[in-house]
Design a protein around this ligand. Structure first.
Ligand code: URA
Length: 506
């Protein structure tokens, strides 16, 4: 039996060095016991450590995908992870393509634990809440967090980038991370009793959370999935969740009962209907179009689609296809029913969406909600997503200024849009603004020239472009704003019409 002691729970280099030496010396996986220095005493405490001759780097080649996966998997709390990784490495010698066999039990397990560790990193990004400690020149921001896995070292650089100009400490039972404005350092873990209880920032979080909570879009299960209960006890806003849920139905009814814009609506409906006839109907000459529409929604296994979307959401949480993930809090994936007849595509999450982890919950989202409502579209029945799923910004003091995504960033993110589209198969995709249009149509598409026209894309998808709601928010002139808002609602009415037809066809 060989005993290998690693320096810490996250000692990937130590594991790699030992694994390379063991495999080169033909030591079988079953003959190795892995342990971590200082971890609880075990059976092998008295036994001698294995010392194998060092094997230089490069003697042994494994696919880069394995190394990347192993670096995440090693952060999982599963005590058997070192052995599992060594077993995979051992087997890779005989089958270099092993990592591509997703059904292999070892490959599946290592993928699952790597995914869980990365998900935990994202939860840490989203759920650390700093408390302000001390006064004026002494001020420090301290947070208590209980990670599920050993992800503190991995997650800390994110907080250094995000909160570069404030000294902070994140205390956890495993390890504490500290930022002094120039470097991150680590000290051993502490108990919760040592965490600060002063709470000057809590009220700010509570107000923020209450402001983004939309009672009309409450989905308790989805919310608990995004913000698992295990994090609630450390979140200042948690005390609001229960009362907000309890009063949601009542508040949503009140919102619906609010005086509407009825007189206005009749005129708009008439005008939009005319445009609908000129666009949708005129573009539907072939019987074959009808067959396609029916196919899209007829015998769809919704449960499977919902599960496929869930898997996608989980995968996207650790997307690193472009550098935007580095500064963003989390991936903001699409939201809505898996069988939605309409898919709305925005540009990218904004500041509020980045923090909430949901698309269109900030000011542009409120504008969108209002316009959808006037167009007769129930937002809870459509799927809402973005072309780019991470918030791109530049910090300006305390503000994070939105930056337009570049073409490479749009292209890198398109895989998620394509996969959402394949899972949902909506009757119509509505691109909101130029970035969304570029992703949906696969090329730069001028919004003003194309807006309001429903066109057929390859694969039978129908798509339409209109303006982005934040374009309306930016218009300085009230008349132009009202006029443009009106046109936006009319574009959405075209979508509403397409939605009704698709429901009828199904
Ligand atoms: N703008 C977008 O394009 N998407 C959002 O989710 C929010 C603002």
């Amino acid at each position: 039996m060989h005993i290998v002691t690693l320096d810490s729970n996250t000692d990937f280099d130590g594991w790699r060095k030992a694994a390379r030496a063991l495999a080169t010396n033909d030591v079988k996986p079953a003959e190795v016991t892995w342990r971590v220095r200082g971890a609880t005493a075990d059976l092998f405490d008295d036994q001698a450590e294995t010392t194998l001759p060092e094997v230089p780097e490069g003697t042994f080649s494994v696919p880069a995908s394995f190394v990347e996966l192993a670096q995440s998997a090693i952060l999982h709390r599963d005590p058997n992870r070192f052995g599992l990784l060594y077993r995979l490495l051992w087997r890779l010698r005989a089958n270099h393509d092993l990592m591509t066999i997703a059904t292999d039990p070892d490959v599946a397990q290592v993928n699952a634990i790597a995914r869980a560790a990365r998900r935990d990193e994202h939860k840490m990004h989203a759920f650390v809440r700093f408390r302000e400690i001390g006064r004026e020149r002494e001020t420090r921001y301290v947070a208590w967090f209980e990670p599920e896995h050993h992800i503190v070292e991995l997650a800390a650089p994110f907080f250094a980038r995000r909160f570069a100009d404030m000294p902070w400490s994140i205390l956890t039972p495993d390890l504490c991370a500290h930022w002094d404005g120039s470097r991150v350092s680590f000290t051993p873990g502490v108990s919760k009793a040592e965490a600060p209880s002063e709470d000057r920032l809590e009220e700010v979080w509570r107000r923020y959370y209450a402001s983004i909570f939309n009672p009309a879009r409450l989905k308790v299960k989805a919310m608990e999935k995004e913000m698992p209960k295990r994090y609630w006890h450390n979140l200042p806003e948690a005390s609001l969740i229960k009362p907000l849920i309890e009063t949601a139905a009542q508040r949503a009814s009140a919102m619906i009962a609010e005086p509407g814009t009825e007189a206005h609506k009749a005129y708009k409906a008439h005008k939009a209907q005319k445009r609908v006839e000129e666009t949708v109907m005129a573009r539907k000459p072939k019987a074959q179009t009808k067959a396609h529409e029916t196919k899209a929604h007829a015998s769809k296994p919704h449960e499977t689609d919902a599960a496929a979307l869930e898997t996608l959401r989980e995968e996207a949480a650790s997307c690193r296809a472009c550098p935007l993930w580095k500064n963003a809090t989390q991936t903001v994936f699409g939201e809505g029913p898996a069988h939605a007849p309409i898919m709305l595509v925005g540009e990218q999450p904004g500041d509020k969406e980045d923090l909430a982890g949901q698309p269109f919950v900030g000011p542009a989202g409120q504008m969108l909600d209002r316009a959808l409502d006037e167009a007769g579209i129930d937002r809870t029945k459509v799927y809402v997503t973005n072309a780019v799923k991470h918030f791109k910004f530049v910090p300006r003091g305390k503000i994070r200024l939105h930056q337009k995504p570049t073409t490479p960033e749009i292209k890198a993110c398109r895989q998620w849009y394509e996969r959402e589209l394949a899972a949902i198969r909506p009757a119509l995709v509505v691109a909101l603004g130029a970035t969304a249009a570029q992703s949906v149509f696969g090329k730069i598409t001028p919004v003003n020239k194309s807006r309001g026209h429903v066109v057929d894309l390859p694969d039978g998808v129908k798509a339409m472009v209109t303006v982005h709601p934040s374009y309306l928010l930016r218009l300085p002139d009230a008349d132009a704003k009202a006029r443009e808002y009106q046109r936006f609602v009319e574009d959405l009415q075209i979508a509403a019409h397409a939605m009704k037809r698709s429901v009828r066809a199904a």
